[in-house]
Design a protein around this ligand. Structure first.
Ligand SMILES: Cc1ncc(COP(=O)(O)O)c(C=O)c1O
Length: 348
């Protein structure tokens, strides 16, 4: 077996010696430049994308590599069906049901807990510390027996980032995989944790095309990690998971970087405007500093504000189950943002 097929030592033992025949067939067809496909029992008269899609998603990887500031090889990337799929793949590749655990610093995105429960994996929780909820107690990480530590930066629902030095400290304190969910990284000033891969091989970065890239409907994301982690994830990814239409659309879209980055700049400017306008309302108690495309706002009575907004047909995300009296407000287009500001300023 070639070096690139080694499995990470933390991978579940049941993955050893598993192989995927479809991977072999597709590689052979490519290497031998086969012209006639009489291997996959498909309708040869199909007018649409009749053949199975490229398993390794080469076009997306090539297009996305151009957007990374670090040198990442294709073996260090896995294209999955969004970050939410990536989280599930990590659980299934690394955590033995009924035996292993994951560590989740809260408040954070609910999907880490969801997929742990769905996969029979135990959950250890710790509180994010500091005024901005952006530090983890490193001694908790060091003492934890968890297989995976989930970090989210910028964090949902708070919007603050974990500094790269702090993530390094966390990664060095443990042998567990340290997963950094960077769903909102394009909106942040803080650099990506992809740069840590060279010095901390236990770091896994999850990226998505759903947020800044505006392609949530495509269900497409990227896991970036050491090739031994990617090999383990590939073994639990559904066969031919990324449809051909998605691969074609996403790879072409990634070439139009300039327009996406100018949209990100607009959203950042609106975020600043919204924060300063909201501060004027006496119903607003606190606005968390955000490096994402939303603001976490503490009101005097968040439930009442939520009802008022719903009556005006504006939907926002209640976050009071995480931090009392808070609502997470996504930054929309100016017209929607103004509607929300008008609704809040009309309240006495
Ligand atoms: C922190 C975080 N990660 C991941 C996701 C979902 O990403 P995807 O659409 O790629 O599954 C979200 C969506 O709200 C999120 O807030």
């Amino acid at each position: 077996m070639t070096k690139s097929k080694e499995l990470h030592p933390l991978a579940r033992k049941c993955l050893n010696n598993l192989s995927r025949p479809e991977v072999l067939y597709q590689r052979q067809a490519l290497e031998k430049q086969c012209y006639f496909d009489l291997s996959s029992s498909i309708n040869p008269y199909s007018p649409g994308p009749g053949a199975y899609p490229d398993l390794s998603c080469t076009q997306i990887k090539k297009a996305y590599r151009q957007h990374l500031t670090e040198e990442i090889t294709e073996d260090e990337m896995l294209i999955c069906r969004g970050i939410t799929d990536g989280i599930d793949l990590l659980m299934r590749a690394f955590c033995e049901p009924g035996q292993d655990s994951v560590l989740i610093p809260e408040p954070t995105f609910f999907m880490y807990e969801y997929w742990a429960k769905a996969n029979g994996v135990s959950i250890d929780k710790t509180k994010l510390i500091g005024e901005k909820f952006n530090r983890v107690d490193v001694s908790v990480v060091a003492q934890s027996g968890a297989k995976i530590v989930f970090l989210c930066s910028p964090n949902n629902p708070v919007g603050t980032v974990l500094e790269i030095e702090h993530i390094t400290e966390i990664a060095r304190a443990t042998k567990a995989l340290v997963v950094v969910d960077e769903a909102y990284i394009e909106f942040a000033k803080e650099p990506s944790s992809v740069r840590l891969l060279a010095s901390c091989p236990n770091v896994v970065v999850l990226r998505t095309f759903s947020k800044a890239w505006g392609l949530a409907g495509m269900r497409c994301g990227v896991a970036i990690a050491h090739s031994s982690v990617i090999n383990a994830l590939s073994l639990v990814l559904g066969p031919f998971a990324i449809p051909e239409n998605t691969q074609g659309f996403v790879s072409r879209y990634l070439e139009g970087r300039n327009s996406v980055m100018s949209q990100v700049a607009c959203i950042q400017a609106e975020r600043t405007r919204m924060a300063s306008e909201l501060k004027r309302s006496r119903r607003v108690q606190r606005i968390f500093p955000s490096e994402a495309n939303f603001l976490l706002v503490e009101f005097d009575d968040a439930k009442q504000i939520h009802e008022v907004l719903l009556k005006r047909r504006i939907i926002v995300d209640p976050a009071w189950q995480h931090i009392p009296n808070t609502i997470r407000i996504s930054i929309g287009k100016e017209i929607a943002n103004n509607e929300l500001l008008a609704a809040i300023s009309s309240l006495r």
